[in-house]
Design a protein around this ligand. Structure first.
Ligand SMILES: CCC(=O)SCCNC(=O)CCNC(=O)[C@H](O)C(C)(C)COP(=O)(O)OP(=O)(O)OC[C@H]1O[C@@H](n2cnc3c(N)ncnc32)[C@H](O)[C@@H]1OP(=O)(O)O
Ligand SMILES: O=C([O-])CC(=O)C(=O)O
Length: 375
């Protein structure tokens, strides 16, 4: 029989591992704030670029600052030819998160961060270029098309949809992308951000920090859960089937992706926001199955386990209704969370000590070395 898992203290749960002025997660009142602003207010009224500016530059921009910032980002969207050639060599069956990791890392070779004084400019470049890295590879490997990486879309979300679908996105879809990018932007010491900070603490460069963070976000217990949730939802063709299937998974002690959270105990404040937009999109496309299936799983999980949907669960159906292929879900998360990762790298660099915790040794007692011929 497998030994019982020792959970107390595992995963550094509940331990303060450093300080941040960027966000609060799971504190009384607003469940999530970015530099003091409730994420729900930001998602309702701000543009993603305003939130990126807030995280990276410290305060919300004025109208003129936002226009300048969006103008700057628009000019940084195109990809160097050498990067396009690398993307063209990545096969169609590669995981797009691996493509993002490679794209980010390769850009770090040809446009390196030579000095920390460049950190904001390098972040802006990545923010502008990530949608094209994802879509250039996707459209080339899947449709055989070398797309133009520049569009006249003002927003990053609109730019991404335009590159992906080769047409101007609807206002509703641009709005939902904007909301989604805001909701995913920052979340304190989650696994991928902590990865970025550990890397930054060695005084490594920004691209290494972001590449490492992409690797952490990829896993299904973190950002990869939105794709895993979609794969689960799609298996059911009615709410009744979904309830039966969910009960079966719980009985088999399967993990239900898109549910539960390491910090939030009763609800994830981002969920109600993206759920509302997913419903609007379901109505727009005339969906009669996916949203109802999602709600049935949601209700069953609460009734059976008191587990609630996290930000990833209703993102799955929302993205699907906008015609986004499932395997691009987590890369979109990268386009957003880059802002949080980079802001944490800046914060770590501003007050750095190498992150190096201790381990409790559980191995054998010290013993005498036995030469190989006597073993
Ligand atoms: C938005 C970006 C994000 O990264 S949000 C997280 C995305 N990940 C997922 O949705 C993956 C599914 N969820 C999980 O694996 C966990 O809930 C995560 C998020 C990893 C948190 O883990 P941890 O802090 O260990 O959970 P916990 O201590 O609250 O667990 C208590 C008991 O409940 C169980 N549990 C938890 N989540 C689920 C789930 N989704 N499906 C089924 N069971 C779940 C745990 O296994 C644990 O049970 P037990 O006490 O070991 O019997
Ligand atoms: O905070 C966490 O552990 C995971 C999460 O929700 C996020 O990174 O958005």
């Amino acid at each position: 029989m497998a030994e019982a898992k020792v959970l107390s203290g595992a995963g550094l749960r509940g331990q303060v591992a450093g300080q941040t002025a960027l966000s609060t997660v799971g504190q009384a009142g607003a469940g999530l704030t970015y530099r003091g602003y409730d994420v729900r207010e930001l998602a309702a009224d701000a543009q993603f670029e305003e939130v990126a500016y807030l995280l990276l530059y410290g305060e919300l921009p004025t109208k003129a600052q936002l226009a300048d910032y969006q103008g700057k980002l628009s000019k940084l969207r195109d990809l160097p030819q050498a990067l396009k050639e690398v993307l063209e060599r990545i096969p169609a069956d590669a995981h797009p998160m691996d493509v993002m990791r490679t794209g980010c890392s390769f850009l770090g070779n040809i446009e390196p961060e030579k000095d920390f004084s460049e950190q904001r400019d390098k972040t802006d470049r990545l923010l502008a270029a990530f949608p094209a890295i994802m879509c250039y590879w996707y459209r080339f490997s899947h449709d055989g098309k070398r797309i133009n990486c520049v569009t006249d879309e003002q927003s990053i979300g609109g730019h991404f949809l335009h590159l992906l679908h080769d047409k101007k996105p609807s206002e509703l879809h641009v709005k939902v992308m904007n909301v989604s990018l805001i909701l995913y932007a920052e979340h304190e010491f989650n696994a991928s951000t902590f990865t970025a900070r550990v890397c930054a603490s060695t005084l490594s460069d920004l691209y290494s920090c972001v590449t490492a963070a992409i690797g952490s976000l990829r896993g299904p217990l973190h950002g990869g859960a939105n794709e895993a949730a979609m794969e689960m939802i799609e298996r059911f063709s009615s709410p009744e089937e979904a309830i039966k299937g969910t009960l079966g998974m719980l009985e088999r002690k399967d993990k239900i992706m898109g549910f539960g959270h390491a910090i939030y105990k009763d609800s994830d404040p981002r969920n109600e926001v993206i759920k509302g937009w997913s419903k609007k999109l379901a109505d727009e496309v005339g969906d009669k199955v996916l949203f109802a299936v999602s709600e049935a799983i949601d209700k069953t999980m609460w009734e059976q386990k008191k587990l609630f949907p996290n930000a990833d669960f209703y993102h799955a159906s929302a993205y699907h209704f906008m015609g986004i292929p499932t395997k691009l879900f987590t890369p979109i998360f990268v386009c957003s969370r880059l802002t949080g990762w980079a802001a944490h790298v800046f914060e770590q660099r501003a007050n750095n000590r190498i992150i190096r915790p201790s381990a409790e040794y559980t191995g054998v007692e010290q013993r005498k070395f036995v030469p190989i011929e006597r073993r």
